[in-house]
Design a protein around this ligand. Structure first.
Ligand SMILES: [Zn+2]
Length: 237
């Protein structure tokens, strides 16, 4: 956990845990950022309620449909298919005015699929299916972790894959929602145990099929990667 978040959550008494400056989906599914309502309005953005559900009342999801020269809209730089212009959007440096007509994400070459071994066949097979369903959207795949199986994470058993869908670890994106919902809808063929995206979790043994916005919320773990805003975590049975 980063120090600033530790201090913030300490000050708030651990009740409302803010994920300030992290991604969210604004009105109409536009790229958004969790900022204070003051920051949003002074930056020309529009807020929606409930887009940053773990946050205090004055922190909301802020989006800005038009910025700078046309075409331009505020997006995370990792989701921008063109050049990005600074100082035209509310929030942190990674949220910029994207000068592109492209509305899609990614454009990556095919990532390396882990070999079966430490990474179990069910995970390798699942990763391959996800990559094939979403060409250009997965940049990199992590499977195993150096820890004993049974010590907590399914990565320790080689039965989880992190589908990195932004430019680099720690870079925010909103690319993952479609992938995460696809994983839910293909839970049978993937032998899915659970899936996590954007600080929300879905488990087929506990949860009804629903849009990501209705998935169970998770605590704020303090940064973009730990809150799953740069990758979709998929655990397999
Ligand atoms: Zn993971």
């Amino acid at each position: 956990m980063q120090l600033k978040y530790f201090l913030l959550s300490t000050l708030l008494g651990g009740a409302a845990r803010a994920a300030l400056n992290e991604p969210c989906y604004g009105s109409g599914g536009r790229a958004g950022v969790c900022v204070t309502t003051t920051t949003c309005s002074s930056g020309g953005g529009v807020t929606i309620n409930g887009g940053c559900p773990s946050d205090p009342a004055n922190v909301k999801c802020c989006s800005k449909a038009s910025c700078g020269a046309s075409p331009g809209n505020c997006r995370w730089t990792s989701d921008c298919g063109g050049s990005s212009v600074s100082n035209l959007c509310p929030g942190p440096a990674g949220f910029k005015c994207c000068q592109s007509t492209a509305t899609g994400f990614g454009g990556y070459g095919a990532p390396a699929i882990p070999a079966v071994g430490g990474c179990k066949a069910v995970a390798v097979d699942g990763a391959r299916k996800i990559v094939n369903a979403w060409p250009g959207r997965i940049r990199q795949i992590y499977c195993t972790r150096d820890c004993a199986c049974g010590s907590g994470s399914d990565h320790c058993c080689g039965k989880a894959t992190d589908m990195m869908c932004s430019d680099a670890g720690g870079t925010p994106t909103i690319s993952g929602r479609q992938i995460a919902e696809w994983v839910m809808n293909n839970r049978g063929t993937l032998n899915l145990k659970y899936v996590i995206w954007g600080q929300r979790i879905w488990n087929p043994s506990q949860d009804a099929v629903a849009p990501w916005t209705s998935w169970r919320g998770m605590e704020d773990r303090g940064d973009v990667t730990q809150n799953h805003w740069d990758h979709v975590h998929v655990s397999y049975n």
